[in-house]
Design a protein around this ligand. Structure first.
Ligand code: NAD
Length: 553
């Protein structure tokens, strides 16, 4: 037991932890040990087909309803058969999460922190290659994209969440305890379980969404994405090896709509921790509103959703840096990052200077299997994404305002490959300039050099999203103008850099408007959403007279 659960004020304070460092990124250069180990692990994972069960109350549950998990860049290759949860399993998982909470709270923050620190240590060491290889194969990431996501970011989430949880405790204590009394605040978790619904594109986010609420004492149902069951299952196994008690996080591959219904029909549903598309999140929010009268409390609703992330260049900017930001920002991980640069506003003179270079560099990008380490891009996640993205490209091809200046081809037979594609449009409100595509497609609007401020306004008003964005400009004055004009256009704002690649504890991540509730995953703000403090006043004076002085004659 730690001080969080005691009434004695001297026990309220817990050990403050020293600040962790971000996990160093391994390079995987040819002939390095890490490269050799990773290649061995990829081969091993490709040589077998595993069965993935649900994990309910710490037990493996195999069902009759299975789907396969394939490799997106070689989609005839099956990695796993996944046993899906049906209504019964989902109901069982709710029960197990509810009954696990008391013991989990009693374990205390310090012990819970130790478990997640162990998770981070295992991922940094013995499990690193396993998790990276599974993310490369399951979600088609290059080694670098897998390393910064599945290894480094998740290690950082776990280590920094522990640090934040241990330290915000003291800041939340009452400032005043007059003589004769002691005022304290107990950092209680929410009463009940959290439904964590996770996206395919980041293994780290998938691991973080159930574990952040769990760290502060909630229990969780974890509904992984259809397209990342394999790597996410490895994360679940890692957490179990680190000592996560049964029932605290229940792993439930299956239908998102069905699990939401089952969770919402349980009065102990205490909140949802979601990352995914805007439409799905809005639907969940509406269903929660309807279910409200049957719930014990007001659930916390935390969701990070879509983006239409931008780069605005000023006529006076670092043009070489701009080319790198456009290329990396738009095409790394095939543009399947919520933060990917997918629209750019470039002044005419700058475009005249950089377009040739940008096109030449994009033409050099190699696409293919993640096992070939010379590839910069691999496949998009599935047939649905392939059809959606190529649909946008086809419609741009047929739009007289749009010109595809590089890329535009695709090939889906072996893997779902789409070329990095740049569309130049004369219409700043054309479809690919305002809608989230979530693929390797960048649309550029070329504006008159004199229209910088009007273009900032256009950027602010063109899309419902407000996740990430970047300004490229040399003078402080122009940077300040953009900083002010784009205040609400992005929750993560970059100056002279690409709008992707946020690092835990460096650029807390999240957006507003249609991009989410902006609760900044990986930071103290997010953890605070999963607590419901109890204020405790303890009087040490014995009060035996009920009258007040004003009542005397
Ligand atoms: P998605 O919305 O298709 O799926 C996300 C999760 O929701 C999955 O687990 C899915 O099974 C589940 N789901 C689908 N329909 C559901 C329903 N009706 N009810 C309940 N759950 C349901 O998103 P995706 O394709 O996995 O991920 C890509 C999206 O996520 C993009 O829009 C991207 O911008 C966004 N994203 C945002 C952030 C961020 O931090 N803002 C980070 C990563 C991804």
């Amino acid at each position: 037991m730690d001080g969080h659960n005691h009434i004695n004020s001297s026990l309220v304070s817990i050990n403050m932890s020293s600040q962790p460092d971000n996990e160093p990124i391994l390079n995987y250069e040819a002939s390095s040990t890490e490269r050799e180990n990773l290649e061995k692990e990829i081969k091993r994972q490709l040589s077998e087909v595993i069965e993935i069960p649900c994990i309910i109350n710490g037990k493996e549950v195999y069902t009759k309803n299975t789907v396969t998990q394939v490799v997106p860049h070689n989609h005839s290759h099956v990695l796993a058969n996944v046993h899906l949860a049906g209504k019964n399993e989902m109901e069982e998982a709710c029960k197990s999460a509810v009954s696990a909470q008391k013991e989990w709270i009693d374990l205390g923050l310090e012990e819970r922190c130790k478990i997640f620190e162990r998770c981070a240590d295992l991922l940094a060491t013995n499990w690193r290659m396993k998790i990276n290889a599974s993310t490369m194969l399951n979600q088609s990431k290059t080694v670098f994209q897998a390393e910064i996501d599945a290894a480094c970011e998740l290690i950082d989430f776990w280590r920094f969440n522990v640090h934040y949880a241990q330290n915000f405790h003291d800041d939340l204590q009452p400032l005043v305890s007059p003589e004769g009394m002691v005022n304290t605040t107990e950092i209680r978790p929410l009463e009940g379980f959290i439904l964590a619904i996770t996206p395919f594109n980041f293994t780290s986010i998938a691991g973080n969404l159930p574990s952040a609420p769990a760290l502060v004492g909630c229990t969780a149902l974890w509904k992984p994405s259809r397209n990342s069951y394999y790597s996410n299952y490895m994360i679940m196994k890692l957490m179990m090896e680190a000592g996560l008690p049964a029932g605290v996080i229940n792993f439930l591959p299956g239908s998102g709509a069905e699990i939401t219904d089952v969770a919402l029909s349980n009065p102990d549903f205490a909140g949802v921790h979601f990352t995914g598309s805007t439409g799905v999140f809005q639907g969940i929010w509406q269903r929660i509103a309807k279910a409200l009268p049957n719930l014990k409390g007001y659930p916390r609703i935390v969701g990070e959703t879509g983006g239409k992330d931008f780069i605005v260049a000023h006529p006076d900017c670092d043009e070489k840096g701009l080319v790198v930001a456009l290329l990396r920002g738009a095409f790394e991980y095939q543009g399947q990052k919520c933060s990917a640069a997918s629209r750019a506003y470039i002044p005419k003179t700058v475009w005249e200077n950089i377009s040739g270079k940008l096109i030449t560099e994009v033409e050099k990008i190699k696409i293919g299997d993640c096992n070939d380490f010379t590839n910069f891009m691999t496949a998009v996640i599935d047939q649905k994404a392939f059809d959606k993205i190529t649909g946008y490209i086809d419609r741009a091809r047929g739009n007289e305002n749009c010109e595809i200046v590089v890329g535009g081809q695709s090939e889906g037979k072996k893997g779902w490959f789409i070329e990095p594609t740049i569309i130049v449009t004369k219409d700043p409100k054309s479809e690919s300039m305002v809608e989230e595509i979530f693929g390797p497609v960048l649309t550029i609007y070329v504006y008159d050099d004199d229209n910088f401020e009007a273009t900032l306004k256009l950027c602010d008003e063109s899309s419902p999203y407000a996740l990430t964005g970047a300004i490229f400009a040399k003078s402080e004055k122009d940077i300040q103008i953009a900083y002010d004009a784009l205040r609400f256009t992005a929750g993560n704002f970059y100056i002279n850099d690409k709008p992707t690649g946020a690092v835990v504890a460096q650029q807390p991540f999240g957006g507003a408007r249609a991009s989410g509730t902006n609760d900044k995953a990986g930071g103290p703000l997010n953890l605070l959403r999963w607590i419901s403090p109890r204020s405790v006043k303890r009087t040490n004076m014995e009060i035996h007279d009920w009258t007040y002085p004003f009542m005397e004659d």
